[in-house]
Design a protein around this ligand. Structure first.
Ligand code: IDP
Ligand code: MG
Length: 138
């Protein structure tokens, strides 16, 4: 059985604020293994595939625009229960109430925009991880 993998993105706000290294270091420090990584400016096509589950929601278009606003770091991390472990480290979606000690809780806040800029993305299931790794890394 191969080890579990997840797709992690440092979103454009994380890159613009100079937090890419800090964020990746926290994932590495927890013990997960970095197995692939690239610095990339997403395309609308990539984002439409990546965020297909959110089509039609009020924040969908602002989310796509936000993700197109600058480069992201896309990374694949590996380890036992890494999907769940990274989402726990990232914190809940809304940065205002994400627990202190999490990435979103420590570095994020609400900026009063139509989309929450919350620094990171992490796959939410084995199925999504496989799909997302293939979208971003082919
Ligand atoms: P997740 O990133 O915590 O898995 P999702 O529900 O998959 O959250 O939503 C994808 C992204 O869309 C979030 O990370 C956030 O940037 C944005 N988002 C989600 N829900 C809302 C909302 O209710 N208002 C504004 N932005 C949202
Ligand atoms: Mg999600």
């Amino acid at each position: 059985m191969s080890a579990e993998r997840t797709l992690i993105l440092v979103k454009p706000d994380g890159v613009a604020r100079g937090l890419s290294g800090t964020i990746l270091a926290r994932v590495e420090a927890k013990g997960y293994k970095l197995v692939d990584m690239k610095f990339v400016h997403a395309t609308r096509e990539i984002l439409e595939a990546h965020y297909a589950e959110h089509v039609g929601k009020p924040f969908y278009e602002p989310l796509v625009e936000f993700m197109l606003s600058g480069p992201v770091v896309a990374a694949v991390f590996e380890g036992e229960r890494v999907i769940e472990g990274f989402r726990s480290l990232a914190g809940t979606t809304e940065p205002t109430t994400a627990a202190p000690g999490t990435i979103r809780g420590d570095y994020g806040r609400d900026w009063g925009l139509k989309v929450q800029q919350n620094l990171v993305h992490g796959s939410d299931s084995v199925k999504s991880a496989e799909k997302e790794i293939s979208i971003w890394f082919g």
